[in-house]
Design a protein around this ligand. Structure first.
Ligand SMILES: [Zn+2]
Length: 227
């Protein structure tokens, strides 16, 4: 299974339960992450609305891009992800990047690691973040070229509705007719991976409420299957 995401922490906050469940079943997993999440402030989140500081990606202590890479690699180890390809596309500006080079990075990993499936955020990005939408679009372009099925992590409509009501959020939910598979996940290990992302997870009530509402179950949609 090759997961394709926009930000360091998406593999944990979003896909972490599913990736840990796969690793437990002996399924080799890998990750393509298009940005280093550098638009995040260290106390805030890359998913916040305020603009980033635009700090250059100098390799110095305190640089969000460096800190977030370390966090990502620790979280990937917790989740049993065997291979991480981290790229330098601009955080919060992925929708301005052509799909061809993004898909090309996925195809490179496909050629090297021979995954049977791609795993992405649901169309619409789940949280509504444009970077998430773009990552899924790129994975779909790659999947069509490689002839691979694409599974999407999706939220049940009732969970999305509760979160939107409680937090004035914009989660996209799916009805039961749109959800293809329920997966029991080792939630504690996802929590352990989330904890590796210190700069993003210290104060994140929406995330913790989402996991509480989902219990030990996540849902997948089949976005694409080659004929
Ligand atoms: Zn994200």
């Amino acid at each position: 299974m090759l997961a394709v995401v926009a930000h360091p922490d998406d593999e944990s906050f979003g896909l972490g339960g599913i990736l840990a469940a796969l690793a437990d079943q002996g399924v080799p997993t890998g990750l393509v992450c298009f940005t280093r999440g550098e638009a995040s402030t260290l106390a805030g989140s890359t998913h916040a609305e305020s603009p980033g500081t635009g700090s250059p990606q100098a390799d110095r202590p305190g640089d969000p891009a460096v800190i977030r890479e370390h966090e990502l690699r620790r979280a990937a180890a917790v989740l049993g992800i065997e291979h991480v390809a981290l790229h330098d596309y601009p955080d919060r500006a992925l929708r301005g990047v052509d799909l061809a080079p993004l898909a090309g990075h996925v195809l490179t990993l496909v050629a090297e690691r021979h995954p049977s499936h791609l795993l992405v955020f649901d169309q619409g990005g789940v949280t509504g973040h444009p970077d998430h939408v773009r990552s899924t679009q790129a994975a779909l372009v790659a999947a069509r070229q490689a002839g691979l099925p694409v599974l999407a992590w999706a939220l049940p409509r009732e969970v999305a509705s509760r979160l939107n009501a409680e937090f004035d959020a914009e989660f996209l939910g799916r009805g039961p007719e749109e959800l293809d598979q329920a997966v029991r996940v080792p939630r504690q290990r996802q929590e352990d991976a989330i904890a590796c992302h210190h700069s993003q997870s210290a104060d994140n009530p929406v995330l913790h409420r989402r996991l509480e509402l989902l219990g030990d179950t996540e849902h997948l949609r089949l976005l694409y299957h080659p004929l």
